[in-house]
Design a protein around this ligand. Structure first.
Ligand SMILES: O=P(O)(O)OC[C@H]1O[C@H](O)[C@H](O)[C@@H](O)[C@@H]1O
Length: 434
């Protein structure tokens, strides 16, 4: 990925960072880079994620999914980091796949689950159940529901289930008991940093994507990590986002200009929020989509509070389609253009409109939305996030606030003694009723 931070400079935007400010920050980037490299060298928890491009074995992943390679649909059951990476990849690359439908069950809304299951051809559907801990209530509950749906339809789910989990835990026990195909999550890699491992790539393999190209793109991005933000796109992005937050841009609106990257914005939101939201610090990620949200959120971004950084992600090359001509004079300009040209013009106009109003924005450019570039984007944003975590001085790779609610839920359902559950009974109420 290439990154252009020109519209985040203080000479353009407020909040913005001066060139001198960037130079000073670059000294901290150099120190942070040394810490990151030491963490990678020792495969330390979290930092190990940045070694995935060289550690992940695509052949092993393809071998694990071999029994289900010919299905028409794959239902992935997981949540958070155990769903969003895979969904980002299969959604972004859907046009390049073998036609296998990828469905994700990352919520437990009963009506929604029922509807999704009813729409699946179960006799030609495989199950991909993913949980690093093997204990996540939503994932295990959904797996039990899906299993039962297969049994009710007379389909042997054990023949067509792939499990991705840790070396031990309830999901691993279940996989062993039923002799299910299983792959391991890599050591030291938190869920939201695991897209480039089996966690994100099992679904991509079943859908026929080029795993090597994804990993090669990520490896090429890894090669750009150096001690200076002026030489490394990922660090330029992470450092700029951090600096803008410190100057008041407490929100980061992620706006890809490609429908296929809509899920990527969801993935980014988890990465940024869960990694950096600690110690009363962090930048709130906002999910948006170009051009659609120009017509819903742009008003706020350009004229609302000066508390936002807007991040555009734009591919330089896309498939294109002519806009047919018309005999209405006022529409003649459309007939001379293509949808791709209109998309590009709208992106450039939106970027310029924010800059003209002094609103900071950053452009992340991809060559196109393909396997190689997507691998680079995922790796680049992970590295940006790790760098930002060093600059904020937070514990990037933990998520204690999420664990608190998980414990409270288990306590409420009788899944053990958790003091967090007591807080539910202590809720303060001030009800206003009809
Ligand atoms: O992979 P699992 O252990 O099932 O965890 C799935 C998700 O659960 C939690 O809520 C964590 O906050 C996420 O970071 C994690 O990705």
């Amino acid at each position: 990925m290439d990154v252009d931070i020109g519209n985040a400079l203080a000479s353009v935007a407020s909040p913005g960072i001066s060139r001198e400010g960037l130079e000073r920050l670059d000294e901290r980037v150099a120190t942070a880079h040394e810490r990151i490299e030491a963490g990678r060298a020792n495969d330390e928890h979290g930092y190990a994620a940045l070694n995935l491009p060289e550690r992940t074995d695509p052949d092993a992943i393809r071998a694990a999914v071999e029994p289900v390679a010919d299905v028409d649909a794959l239902v992935t059951i997981g949540i958070g980091g155990s769903a969003l990476g895979a969904a980002t990849i299969t959604d972004a690359l859907a046009d390049a796949g073998d036609g296998t439908e990828a469905v994700y069950l990352d919520n437990i809304d009963p009506a929604w689950i029922t509807r999704r299951l009813e729409a699946l051809p179960l006799e030609s559907t495989a199950i991909n159940v993913v949980s690093r801990s093997g204990t996540t209530a939503e994932t295990l509950a959904n797996f039990l529901v899906v299993r039962e749906a297969f049994e009710d339809a007379g389909v042997d789910w054990t023949e067509r289930t792939v499990v991705t989990t840790g070396e031990s835990g309830p999901l691993r026990s279940l996989a062993n008991r039923h002799d299910l195909a299983a792959v391991s999550v890599p050591d030291g890699v938190p869920g939201r940093f695991s897209a480039l491992s089996a966690v994100g790539l099992v679904a991509a393999a079943v859908c026929g994507h080029d795993l090597e190209a994804i990993l090669e793109g990520a490896a090429a991005e890894a090669d750009t990590l150096t001690g200076s933000l002026f030489e490394c796109p990922a660090y330029a992005y992470g450092a700029t986002a951090y600096a803008l937050d410190a100057r008041g841009a407490s929100m980061n609106a992620m706006v890809p200009y490609a429908e296929s990257l809509e899920t990527y914005a969801e993935w980014f939101a988890q990465l940024w929020a869960e990694s950096l939201g600690k110690d009363d610090l962090g930048q709130t990620p906002v999910r948006a989509l170009g051009v659609t949200d120009q017509h819903s959120q742009l008003q706020l971004y350009r004229a609302g509070p000066r508390d936002k950084l807007v991040t555009f992600v734009t591919p330089r090359k896309t498939a294109d389609r002519d806009i047919p001509g018309t005999d209405v004079d006022e529409l003649a300009y459309l007939g001379d253009a293509t949808l791709g040209e209109l998309l590009e013009a709208e992106f450039e106009a939106t970027e310029a409109s924010l800059a003209a109003a002094g609103r900071p924005n950053v452009r992340v450019e991809l060559e196109s939305v393909d396997a190689f570039e997507l691998g680079g984007l995922l790796y680049g944003m992970e590295a940006a996030c790790v760098l930002a975590g060093e600059l904020y001085e937070v514990s990037t790779f933990t998520q204690p606030a999420v664990e608190w609610a998980k414990n409270a839920t288990r306590g409420l359902l009788g899944g053990g003694e958790f003091e967090e559950a007591e807080a539910v009974a202590e809720k303060t109420t001030l009800r206003v009723e009809r």
